[in-house]
Each structure stands twice: as structure tokens, then as C-alpha cells.
Design a protein around this ligand. Structure first.
Ligand SMILES: Nc1nc2c(ncn2[C@@H]2O[C@H](COP(=O)(O)OP(=O)(O)O)[C@@H](O)[C@H]2O)c(=O)[nH]1
Ligand SMILES: [Mg+2]
Length: 247
């Protein structure tokens, strides 16, 4: 049993992937449950076993506390944290009855990582949580992008303290998948023109590679064509099996 928290920037395809990956898993014969923690969602395409909007919606919070949408989203996480006991119970029940619990998270990643409630909710809700970090495929084009993504993924992992799988979403929008070997193959000239920062980037990536933090093979998925969903499942299995030493 694995609980997957779908994380990523606004519009990266979290909600759609929860739906598409769940449908794929169900077809493969797995028992799947869905959880929505995004109180700002208008509608969700999957049938949620638990939906935070049963407790409150973003507009409820905005009215009740006189907040704008951003403040209300942060407040929603604080309110979820106040109910962590109930959240844990809900997740426990779903984890006992399902092989996969797929958790949709708020549209934007910032409230989850830049406020204290986010990491506490993710770690507190489940002891078997794995993050699935979505990045739209067109973000990855150059070695600089690779540095940005690698450091961002590592930072999220440090902050949330859960194993993390990085997934490139919306594969169907790219005619060709990025040539990962060339994007991730650094030499000093990859960062030429960046001066000392380029040298730092090069050395950082070398060290990160030495420590095996880049060991996850890249996964490209499309929720529209279902391409890569089988690959995502096998990487999740690899990470979930080795998360003892990946944490
Ligand atoms: N082309 C394409 N569009 C996608 C894919 N996944 C999601 N989208 C679209 O991207 C937009 C944002 O998706 P959504 O799942 O709501 O993103 P979220 O904010 O991360 O939950 C929607 O218009 C989706 O239809 C995909 O795999 N391919
Ligand atoms: Mg969403």
C-alpha cells in the first residue's frame, strides 16, 4: 500500500494525473482511493473518498476570516492541521482498504512548502507517503533547467521529508521528449558565461550525482494519451521499496 501526494506548480496537471493514473491503476486491477486536499477546486474528475470541501471551501474561508484567496489557502492548511487526528484516521482507513491512495493537493505548491502546516500534514497523514512532483515537460530544455529542477526537487524533499518521484507531465505537448542524456550531461562548458556561478552549478551537480541523488530515471507522462503511466508505476515501486534509504 502506498499513499501518493501529487505535488507541483499550478496547472502542472496534478488533478488530471490523479484521475488518469487512478483509472490506469484500476484497470490494472488495483484497489485505488482518491483524496482531494484542494479546497479551491471547483470540480474534480475522480470520485473522492475524502474531499476537504466537505469541511470547507476556499470561499467559505475567505468569507469567514475576511481573507483573500492566497491567505485563505494558507488558512485551509492550518485548519487541516488542526484536524490532523481525523485526517490520520481517514488515511488509515483508506490505506487499509486500498493498494494506492492518490492525494490531490492545492493548486499551487507554495502554500504546502513555504508554510509550516504543509510538511506536518503530509508527514502526519500517512507513514507511507511518497511525493509525486510534477513538472511540465517544456520546463526542461537546457543544463541550466536541469540544475534548477534538480535543486528544486531536492529542496522539496528536504522540506517535506518524504521520498519524492519527479515526473515530467504533459508529454503529449512536446513533439520530442527532451534528450535527458544531453541535458543532464554536464561539463564545464555547459555553464559557460555564468562565471563563478557556472562553476558552482557544475560542481554541485557533480556532488549530487556522486551521492546518487539523481538516480531516479526520468519519467514522462501524459494524462491525455496515458503514455508513461506504466513507467510511473514502476518508478513508484522502486522508490517505495527503497524509501528506507531514500528518506
Ligand atoms: N495536453 C495536456 N494537458 C494536460 C495534461 N494534464 C493536464 N492538462 C491540462 O492542464 C490544465 C491544468 O491541469 P490540472 O490537472 O487542473 O492541473 P493542477 O493545477 O496541477 O491540478 C488543464 O487544462 C488540463 O486539461 C496532459 O497530460 N496533457
Ligand atoms: Mg488541481
Amino acid at each position: 500500500m502506498v499513499t501518493l501526494f501529487f505535488l507541483g506548480p499550478a496547472g502542472s496537471g496534478k488533478t488530471t494525473l490523479v484521475w488518469a493514473f487512478g483509472r490506469y491503476l484500476e484497470r490494472e486491477g488495483y484497489a485505488v482511493s482518491y483524496v482531494n486536499l484542494d479546497c479551491a477546486a471547483e470540480t474534480v474528475p475522480y470520485s473522492a473518498s475524502f474531499d476537504v470541501r466537505r469541511w470547507f471551501t476556499l470561499s467559505d474561508i475567505m468569507k469567514r476570516y475576511g481573507l483573500g484567496p492566497n491567505g485563505a489557502m494558507v488558512k485551509s492548511l492550518e485548519l487541516i492541521l488542526e484536524r490532523l487526528g481525523a485526517v490520520r484516521e481517514i488515511f488509515g482507513k483508506l490505506e487499509r482498504s486500498s493498494e494506492y491512495v492518490l492525494v490531490d493537493t492545492p493548486g499551487q505548491l507554495e502554500p504546502l512548502v513555504f508554510h509550516n502546516a504543509g510538511p506536518l500534514i503530509l508527514r502526519g497523514a500517512s507513514s507511507s507517503g511518497v511525493g509525486v512532483f510534477l513538472v511540465p515537460v517544456d520546463v526542461l530544455k537546457t543544463p541550466r533547467d536541469a540544475v534548477f529542477l534538480t535543486l528544486t526537487a531536492l529542496s522539496i524533499k528536504y522540506r517535506l521529508d518524504i521520498p519524492l518521484v519527479t515526473v515530467f507531465s504533459k508529454r503529449d505537448l512536446a513533439t520530442e521528449p527532451p534528450d535527458i542524456d544531453s541535458v543532464f550531461k554536464f561539463d564545464v562548458s555547459s555553464f559557460s558565461g555564468l562565471g563563478v556561478e557556472g562553476e558552482l552549478a557544475y560542481r554541485l551537480m557533480q556532488v549530487i550525482r556522486e551521492y546518487g541523488a539523481l538516480r531516479q530515471r526520468p519519467v514522462f507522462v501524459s494524462s491525455l494519451t496515458e503514455e508513461g503511466l506504466d513507467d510511473l508505476l514502476s518508478v513508484i515501486h522502486e522508490v517505495a521499496c527503497t524509501c528506507g534509504d531514500m528518506r
